[in-house]
Write a protein that binds this ligand. Structure first.
Ligand code: DAH
Length: 345
């Protein structure tokens, strides 16, 4: 045992720096562990000459105390993050990018239509997808076994009941619910999903979306209907858009019409989108049949109204010139990403 070794250890320990808990533990083992350097000096101390014991005993104890205190101090400094090296992570690194989805084209069109009619003062109403015969057919002037029911091939949820449940084939059922529940006058649009037992093709699907519109008040005329549709068409397809109405048949409206808008691709000249006609069909409409008003408890002598219904996928197909309806249901990301710019945050 000599003074130089003790002084060297004392200086070394005084200078000690550690960055991690592991470094501190290694230092502790190196100096104070069972085979540590300071422990070894204590072993040696046992066999030194008795006259040296006094001097060395004191300095050895001081060394051990200094080392123990230093280890404690280092341990505390790596425990909190205020260690001289600072936190390990680079806090200025950018975060992991999170991919933002985009809205589905059918949702975009639905929102656009809702926004347009909101501006005209319409409320939005929704109804159940699983409906009863009364709301889908009966109250809309389809008597039982009437051939007009064949226009809408129905999925039945339960049969054999007096009042069977079915998947609604059109959102006109919400028109009935609105007339039953809302105070007059009624100005409402009803977007929603509908179901028909159709073979899936480029032009038909068994699940699709519609928006129904209804206005009931005193003195509503066909001229009001025409004006509402024209304003809507110009908001939706551009201010130059023209409409034409063709006589049609729906059990719940009398008279009934189908509405075409001028083809905004060829400007009416005729192209392959409008099949050379210059016109594109967008919706069905008409004056609410007095029987329909009465079925929902509205006095048809006092009130009149108009209604219209359109397919969202069809409007979306015209808007984006998509020629196959199935794209809207397959969730192919390559297709959906085409609409990413339409994201509204
Ligand atoms: N419900 C009809 C259908 O699904 C669409 C429709 C036509 C709704 C004329 C109406 C209307 O309100 O007046 O084919």
């Amino acid at each position: 045992m000599n003074r130089e070794t003790i002084d060297r250890l004392s200086a070394e320990i005084g200078e000690l720096k550690c960055a991690t808990r592991k470094d501190v533990e290694e230092a502790r083992v190196r100096y104070l562990g069972k085979k540590g350097e300071i422990t070894a000096l204590f072993e040696e101390f046992r066999s030194i000459a008795p006259d040296l014991k006094k001097e060395f005993g004191r300095v050895l104890n001081e060394l051990k105390q200094a080392a123990t205190a230093k280890i404690e101090e280092l341990r505390a400094s790596v425990d909190d993050n205020a260690s001289p090296q600072g936190p390990k992570e680079d806090l200025s690194m950018p975060g992991d990018p999170m991919e933002l989805g985009s809205r589905h084209p059918v949702s975009i069109v639905r929102q656009e239509i809702v926004d347009i009619f909101r501006k005209f003062g319409y409320d939005v109403a929704e109804g159940p997808e699983i409906e009863d015969d009364h709301h889908v057919f009966e109250a809309l002037n389809f008597p039982p076994n009437h051939p007009a029911r064949d226009m809408q091939d129905t999925f039945f949820v339960s049969t054999g009941h007096i009042n069977p449940l079915l998947l609604r084939t059109h959102t006109s059922s919400v028109q009935v619910r609105a007339m039953e529940q809302m105070p007059l006058p009624i100005r409402v649009i009803c977007p929603g999903r509908v179901f028909r037992n159709e073979a899936i093709s480029a032009r038909a699907h068994c699940i699709f979306h519609q928006v129904e519109g209804l206005y009931v008040d005193e003195g509503v005329t066909f001229a009001d209907l025409k004006q509402a549709i024209l304003l809507f068409a110009r908001e939706m397809f551009g201010p130059e858009t023209e409409i034409r109405m063709r006589p049609s048949y729906f059990p719940f409206t009398e008279p009934s019409a189908e509405v075409d808008v001028s083809c905004n691709i060829c400007k009416g000249k005729g192209c392959n989108i409008c099949k050379g006609t210059g016109w594109l069909e967008i919706l069905g409409c008409g004056m609410v049949d007095p029987n329909v008003l009465e079925a929902s408890g509205i006095d048809s002598h006092k009130y009149s109204g108009f209604a219209f219904g359109m397919g969202l996928e069809r409007i979306a197909m015209l808007k984006w010139r998509v020629n196959d309806l199935r794209h809207y249901f397959e969730n192919d990301l390559r297709f959906l990403r085409e609409f990413a710019t339409s994201v509204e945050v």
